[in-house]
Design a protein around this ligand. Structure first.
Ligand code: ADP
Ligand code: ADP
Length: 226
């Protein structure tokens, strides 16, 4: 787990108006932070700069107190949870969760232990031999989270993970993600343009507009303000 600190972060793509304009934000260790705002306000750009998929024009990004501006995504040890949970259909739940460990060349014994530990937390123990097609939407979401857990990432990052789902499934997934985040207590940054998601999921909501951070408040504070 790790706190994420942004100090005066700016991103320019070319000579136009900055996509992210002087954003300073502290995300506490274990906090669930929502980034919300209309399309084009800079949410994805900010998330990509946290993960290391986008260069920072100016300002400092700190993860666990360490400046990471020049660090590769791999060195940052964060986990992006993919949209539509991008599971491999031909692989079992076990192998889907194990995937990042296989890439890293982890020993079979260690893979088995870490996948089983993750499956316990996620209540997937009985489903390890099944294929993704035979799982419910909620179970599939948990498998995707399992991949993030086995890597023992310091933080989870979500970029509009539910935007392509129907309303019913979206509601279920929201509940699932909130439950898991509380259970695991892993620092989480979650991007959405959906007000309901913003108001129901996070500990705090950071509101972006045209690249500028407008306010940071708890859902309750946002709700009660005039
Ligand atoms: P959001 O995620 O809130 O929809 P983005 O971070 O995707 O916003 O985009 C913020 C701004 O930066 C937009 O004006 C967008 O057009 C611009 N932008 C995003 N990615 C690029 C890119 N690779 N090259 C140039 N401009 C970009
Ligand atoms: P690392 O752990 O080094 O960050 P990743 O697990 O992010 O590596 O990805 C390593 C490779 O596996 C990449 O080429 C990526 O495209 C692929 N990959 C990882 N997860 C998925 C996924 N859910 N769907 C499709 N490809 C994936």
């Amino acid at each position: 787990m790790a706190a994420i600190t942004m100090n005066h972060i700016v991103k320019r793509y070319g000579d136009g108006f900055p996509a992210v304009n002087d954003v300073s934000l502290d995300i506490a260790d274990g906090e669930f932070m929502i980034l919300v705002g209309p399309s084009g306000c800079g949410k994805s750009t900010l998330l990509r700069m946290i993960v290391g998929l986008e260069d920072i024009t100016s300002g400092d990004m700190l993860i666990g107190g360490q400046r990471v501006n020049e660090k590769s995504p791999r060195e940052r040890n964060l986990s992006m949870v993919f949209q539509n949970y991008a599971l491999y259909p031909h692989l079992s739940v076990f192998e889907n969760i194990a995937f990042p460990l296989r890439l890293a060349g982890t020993s079979d014994a260690e893979v088995k232990k870490r996948v089983q530990d993750a499956a316990d937390v996620l209540e997937l123990r009985e489903h390890l031999e099944r294929k993704p097609a035979n799982l419910s939407g909620g179970q599939r979401q948990r498998v995707a989270m399992g991949r993030a857990i086995v890597r023992q990432a310091d933080a989870f990052l979500f970029d509009e993970p539910l935007s392509n789902l129907d309303a019913k499934l979206r509601g279920q997934m929201r509940t699932e993600i909130a439950r898991l985040q509380r259970r695991l207590g892993v620092t989480t940054v979650y991007v959405t343009h959906d007000q309901t998601e913003a108001m129901t999921l996070g500990d705090r909501v950071a509101v972006l507009r045209k690249g500028v951070l407008q306010q940071v408040a708890s859902p309750r504070e946002l709700y009660e303000q005039p």
